[in-house]
Design a protein. Sequence first.
Length: 294
Amino acid sequence: MTTDVQTLTVVGTETSRTRRHIISVVSHVLLVGASILMLYPLLWMLASTFRPENEIFSSSSLWPSSFSIDSYIRGWNGLRVSFGTFFLNSFVIAILCVAGNVLACSMTAFAFARLKFRGRNFWFALMLMTLMLPYHVTLIPQYVLFLNLGWVNTFLPLIVPKFLASDAFFIFLMVQFFRGIPRELDEAAMMDGCSAWRIYWKVMMPLSLPVLATAAIFTFIWTWDDFLGPLIYLNEMRQYTVQLGLRTFVDSTGESDFGGMLAMSVLTIVPVFLFFLFFQRLLIEGIATTGMKR
C-alpha cells in the first residue's frame, strides 16, 4: 500500500512537472510571436532602407532582393542642409533640456519635500493642478510671450522653460523619492554645520541618482521626439531638429523621398535606443522606488 502511494506521488509529480514545462514552452512561443509582431514595422523599415526606391512599397518580402546604401547617402546629403545639422540641433536642445530639468526640478522638489515655508501645501497643490492642463491650452499664451521677447526662430523657447522647473510631473516624481530618504541624514548634516544648499547638493543629490536618471531619460526621449514645439518656434531649415528634418522628405506638392526618410528615421532611433540601453537599470530602479517609503 505504501509503495502504491509513493508510485502515485511520483507519477503525479512528473505529470505536474510535464504540464508546467508545456505551459512554459507555449507561453514563450506566444511571447516570441507577439514580439516579432510588434517589431515587424521596425524590421520592415530597416529592410526598406536597403531596397531601391521603386521596391519599397511594391515588394512583399521582408528580405531585400538587393542591398544598397543609396537611401542613407540621399537622406544625409539630399536636402539643402545636411542631416548632420539636424542631429546637432537636436542634441544641443535635448542635452540642455536634460540639464535644465534635472537641476531645476530637483531643487524645486527638495524645497517641497524638505523645507518649511508659508503656503507650501498650496503651491504644491497648484503645481499638481498644472498636470491637468493640456499643452495646447497654454500654447498660444506662451507663443505670444516668446514672440514679444524676440525668441521666436531661436532655441530659447524650447530650452529656457526647462530651467524654470516647468515640468510638474518630474517635480512630483522627485518629491515622492525625496520623502523616502530618512530625515535623520538632514539632521546629522545640520549638526555638522551644513546649510540647506549643502544638504541638497551633498546629501540628497548623491542618494537620488535613480530618480534623476529617470527624469533625464524621459526628458531626453520626449525632447528628441518632440515635433510640435520645434514646428511652432523654428522657421529656418538650418535650425530644424531631426523630427522637422524627417518631415521635409515628404512633399505633398512634389516628389517625396521615402527611402531617404526611412533611412534617416533609422538613424534617428539609434540615440534614443542607446540612451535607454545605457541607463535602463537606473530607470527601472528609479520608477520602482519612487513613492515607496524606505
